[in-house]
Design a protein around this ligand. Structure first.
Ligand SMILES: [Zn+2]
Length: 328
């Protein structure tokens, strides 16, 4: 077996460099003048689920330092180690945000809405992603919110406070509405995270109380899209099962946050989980089902295009991402 050592690689590279330097036309402007693009491609990805067309429309991603207490029931060292083992920047975590548009043929349905304008610069990109994908916000018939955290609801409004999807019916989980829009809870939950979320909910929903439809788990929220109880992360979170013909896709929302940490370690209590024990039980219930049924899953905080399969591995699960396909 040939050992391709670092020294041989470097020796090869310097030999190539020397050869290039001896080539008379190696530095002509025609080879050096291409400007750097400096910009990412619009991040949308299409696939079919039965007769439905599903488009993952990225709202962006961001890198944030891992705070103390990020995982409540584990010391910081294994959390940092897991993040580093997944090649995150040291001490930080890369978190993507992936809403989904489902075209059922009769309805255009948006699942969650990203951060909206003003939080940026690397998030709040949903509108520009949708424009690149040729999806008109005015054509969205239904917006289904999986749960009422800011990164899922703030995109419902534009920077000027107008509705981002002006012709859409907005559907939210009834139990989340009852929790987040309760003024007694607003007074009670004064920790920084919940306080901010309570504020976000008032900013978005205070003038929409009569317009929002509250939905229950177990019910169809749009043609072919059924809400599944996924509470624990929030009091009313729902996963959304998209089914058409023999095709199925599970929008698992935040049942599992970034998979390198929380799919591998489903019993870890991320600080955003409202009822941690229940959230962990939900995580196992949903991903045991996904693994047993070989169900295609999209995770809001999975790496774009956020589509893959759950497989049991060790005491948790492994994400097997789908391969990019040039055809739908
Ligand atoms: Zn989230």
């Amino acid at each position: 077996m040939t050992a391709l050592t670092r020294r041989r690689l470097l020796a090869g590279a310097s030999a190539a460099g020397a050869a290039l330097a001896l080539t008379p036309f190696a530095t002509t402007s025609s080879q050096a003048a291409a400007p750097l693009a400096g910009k990412q491609a619009p991040s949308f990805y299409r696939s079919k689920v039965g007769d439905f067309e599903v488009t993952v429309v990225s709202d962006g991603a961001r890198v944030a330092p891992i705070p103390d207490g990020y995982v409540r029931n584990v010391s910081k060292e294994p959390v940092l180690a897991a993040a580093e083992a997944a090649f995150n920047p040291k001490g930080s975590l890369f978190a993507p945000f992936n809403p989904v548009v489902v075209n059922t043929g009769s309805k255009l349905v948006l699942l969650d809405t990203g951060f909206g304008a003003g939080i940026g610069p690397t998030v709040g990109l949903l509108q520009s992603t949708m424009a690149a994908a040729g999806i008109d916000p005015k054509a969205i018939d239904i917006v289904v919110i999986s749960h009422m955290h800011g990164d899922h609801i703030l995109g419902l409004k534009n920077a000027d406070g107008s509705l981002a999807f002006p012709n859409a019916e907005i559907k939210v989980p009834a139990n989340d509405w009852a929790f987040w829009m309760n003024d007694d809870n607003m007074a009670k939950y004064q920790d920084p995270f919940n306080k901010v979320q309570m504020g976000f909910n008032r900013k978005i929903f205070s003038d929409l109380k009569d317009k929002v439809t509250r939905y229950e788990a177990g019910k169809e929220v749009a043609p072919g899209i059924t809400a599944i109880d996924a509470s624990g992360h929030t009091p009313g979170q729902c996963a959304l099962l998209i089914a058409s013909g023999s095709g199925r896709l599970l929008f698992q929302a935040d049942v599992t946050n970034v998979p390198d940490l929380f799919l591998r370690n489903p019993d870890w209590h991320v600080m955003f989980d409202h009822e941690p024990e229940k959230a962990a039980a939900t995580r196992r219930r949903i991903h045991d089902m996904a693994a047993a049924e070989k169900l295609l899953v999209t995770g809001y905080h999975y790496p774009f295009p956020s589509l893959g399969y759950s497989e049991k591995a060790g005491s948790g699960y492994r994400l097997i991402p789908v391969a990019w396909s040039p055809v739908i």
